[in-house]
Design a protein around this ligand. Sequence first.
Ligand SMILES: NC(=O)N[C@H]1NC(=O)NC1=O
Ligand SMILES: [Zn+2]
Ligand SMILES: [Zn+2]
Length: 457
Amino acid sequence: MSRLFICKNIVLEHTLLNGAVLVDPDGKVEKVIEADEICFVKNTRKILLGNDFLMAGIVDSHVHINEPGRTEWEGFESATKAAAAGGITTICDMPLNSIPPTTNVENLLVKAHAARDIIHVDVAFWGGVVPDNTDAFYGLIKAGVVGFKCFMCPSGVKEFECLNESQLDLAMKKLKGSNAPLAIHAELAICEPCTGNPQKYETFLKSRPEEMEIEAVKKIIEIGLKYDKIMLHIVHVSSAKTAKLIKDARLKGLRITSETCHHYLTLCSQEIPDRATQYKCCPPIRNRENREDLWLAFKEKQIDMVVSDHSPSTPDLKLLSPDDENFGDYMKAWGGIASLQFGLSLFWTGAKQRGFTFFHINKYMSRATSVLVGLHGSKGRIQENYDADFVVWDPHAICTINESDIYHKNKANPYMGREVLGKVLKTYVRGDLVYDSESKSKFMKSPKGKLLLDIDL
Ligand SMILES: NC(=O)N[C@H]1NC(=O)NC1=O
Ligand SMILES: [Zn+2]
Ligand SMILES: [Zn+2]
């Protein structure tokens, strides 16, 4: 049966509409209509959303799910529940931290089989580039990966080796003209050895200065400019200076985009306590001034989107226990922040204070990310023929991030106890309810997510 979502605040690209969204039985948007046309629509199930806000579901193009192999860090079921509870309707899984990594079709199938039947939102996959797998690119593209990801410095896991300059050059050469973007972790290992107290955040920050990112991006641009049709994407930009370089390269004709993460926009180094390794990620969270410059970089069109880079691990690897001999050692702890579920509230809290609107949330968290991963024909907008992926939320609600409300497998995160603006009430994937904050069970018994791949399993 068709469904009619009636709502006073429907967030479209540039307008807030008092009206309704008609969704066909296949879960596609049939029509967006104004309030005075509602009475003409017959034979539908009406879903009354009143004064809540109805927005396109969030597309988080940067998530590490880690199953199989490191499922105790994060798995498809827990990650997609957290996503649904955060208003995210599509996540794109990064190729590393799982064993095997997504570096050939065989491995992709292993991951897809692990995910099948247990996902509460849609899941797409990035392929990985490691030093010797260019022969696997074609098969991975045919199977439907959304693009490729590589590292320019050690990734943190031994199965996913980083590329040197000539290997990066080769990857670009092979991918040019393919429509598959190459997403790059841009840090060059040019830093000095760490001295100082490893339990102080400042010590870690000094060991990974922004020059590592700046030099890496300069190198990427230099190589990229040799290849006409390569699509490049710089993941988790932490430094506002890097963001500017990326925009300048785009003005020179390079097809290059950038993302930043909620942690760089919300947190700052001055506020990070000693031994608080739940704040550790790479590149590191930088100072307050840089954080403000990152917000400005959106206004200057230097940053295109914002994602979670959700990359949790178990608490032992985060060295979070006072009983651990390396307790709170920033240099030794796992680098990666768990935040998948909080993206909408974190971004909105910071964005509203700085004069951004609902339309920017849609732009940076749904539309731009959908374009990056080639899903812009079906995801990221409330529009005819698009999937009816929706988040229903209250942008005025003030909530506290509590451990009991978190669905990530590993709950340690830098936001515990923080007050944020915005509460997700309900999430729909292809017209079906997948999360309901009011219900006892919150999630559906039979998960409704789909694998966004071009192969049959
Ligand atoms: N391996 C992995 O997930 N690394 C991620 N963690 C992080 O903080 N930055 C990354 O690239
Ligand atoms: Zn990375
Ligand atoms: Zn990542």
